[in-house]
Design a protein around this ligand. Structure first.
Ligand SMILES: C[S@@+](CC[C@H](N)C(=O)[O-])C[C@H]1O[C@@H](n2cnc3c(N)ncnc32)[C@H](O)[C@@H]1O
Length: 200
């Protein structure tokens, strides 16, 4: 599988290092192996900075569900008194797994906040994921990198080989989010991603 060719094409040989902080043969990596590595803290330079932005919008004492939690670095940024649960498509931090692309959607108790930090780009249908996340909490915080900020080379990679599965540009993503929630607002930026807060 040449999953990571999209990180190389378009002349962004170092893209993978920016996003994942490591180098390896794109021809051998299995996606779940990659995400297991992320969950174990091996990759993901700088993602903690993104989670600091999310945490600034979560009051102390809140219950927080971090979906696609990676290595759970959001937990370290939360204010005092928050309860935290992180789930992912790998079971490193919680036995309950979620895989939006495969329709693996667990029943979960509601939380005050649901966070999707750097996850929606990887999904075939990020708007469907937002609708599911709405069922898990009162406020949903999420980031999204629209297709406009991807290189022509990245977009030329066949879908089955792409790591970023979403094909939504900013306008279509924001229209989808607006149709899912009564209120959606932009609350920050991280690199080429916008960070949103949404609730009904
Ligand atoms: C870029 S990492 C972000 C990790 C963490 N949220 C952070 O900010 O450090 C993307 C995360 O999305 C998860 N993910 C990727 N595809 C997914 C899917 N289909 N369903 C659920 N989670 C997925 C990965 O397992 C990984 O933990």
């Amino acid at each position: 599988m040449s999953l990571w060719v999209d990180g190389r094409s378009g002349g962004l040989a170092s893209n993978r290092d920016i996003w994942f902080g490591f180098s390896m043969s794109e021809d051998t990596i299995d996606p779940l192996e990659l995400w297991r590595g992320v969950a174990n803290g091996l990759h993901g330079k700088g993602w903690g900075d993104r989670n600091v932005i999310f945490a600034e919008h979560i009051p102390s004492g809140s219950s927080v569900l971090d979906v696609g939690c990676g290595n759970c670095n959001l937990r370290n940024a939360l204010p005092d008194g928050c309860t935290y649960r992180g789930i992912d498509q790998v079971d490193v931090h919680d036995p309950v797994v979620v895989d939006f692309n495969a329709g693996v959607v667990p029943d979960l108790p509601r939380h005050d906040f649901v966070v999707l930090s750097g996850v929606l780009e990887y999904l075939h249908d990020p708007i469907a994921a937002l609708d599911i996340a709405k069922g898990w909490g009162d406020v949903v915080l999420f980031s999204y990198q629209p297709t406009e900020s991807r290189t022509a080379g990245q977009l030329a990679v066949p879908m089955e080989d792409r790591v970023w599965k979403s094909t939504l540009n900013r306008a279509d993503f924001e229209a989808g989010a607006a149709s899912t929630f009564a209120h959606v607002e932009q609350i920050g930026r991280f690199r080429t991603q916008t960070i949103y807060r949404a609730k009904d």
